[in-house]
Write a protein that binds this ligand. Structure first.
Ligand SMILES: [Zn+2]
Length: 172
């Protein structure tokens, strides 16, 4: 899985954003919640949230859990919405542990204080597996694009998506 430079990743995100239907008002998370881009690996869905493979990955297997509704602050979320996002993050962690056997899995709700190309205020949670032997494994080294961004090669995301869906925990 190749790692691309931050500048290249930002250019790709910006280009994709311009191709989004206008109805999403430039919000990549709203687009993901409604099935754009179409080649995104959708891993699991619930009424208020969904989990997809992030195509600009901090690490292989980076999952994004996205609230369907455009809400910009946790304070504005209902408990049910917040809980559904967290439940999908918990499920993603279990599926990732089964498929990739990471040494650790980071779960983070991030967000920049100012507008940035690679940060969206729409509520979402990152689930990032850290594999054994990763020497840049501090949160500050993982939760940044400064050291580059991983992108999947042809067929790689599809295969990983299939494996994760196959290992996704069953709902009770
Ligand atoms: Zn949005």
């Amino acid at each position: 899985m190749p790692r691309i430079e931050k500048t290249e990743a930002l250019a790709r995100v910006e280009a994709e954003r311009h191709r989004l239907p206008a109805s999403f008002e430039g919000c990549v998370m709203c687009a993901l919640a409604r099935g754009f881009p179409a080649d995104t690996e959708r891993l699991a869905e619930s009424p208020r949230a969904l989990a997809v493979l992030d195509r600009f990955a901090a690490r292989r297997g980076h999952v994004l859990v996205v609230l369907r509704r455009h809400v910009e602050s946790i304070a504005a979320l209902s408990w049910d919405e917040y809980a559904e996002v967290q439940k999908l993050a918990w499920e993603a962690t279990r599926a990732l542990e089964h498929v990739l056997a990471p040494r650790r899995t980071f779960v983070a709700a991030l967000g920049a204080a100012t507008t940035r190309v690679n940060s969206f205020p729409h509520h979402h949670v990152h689930v990032i597996p850290i594999e054994a032997g990763d020497t840049q494994d501090r949160p500050a080294q993982v939760l940044t694009w400064e050291l580059g961004v991983y992108v999947y090669e042809e067929g790689e995301a599809k295969a990983l998506g299939e494996a994760l869906r196959g290992s996704w925990p069953a709902r009770e």
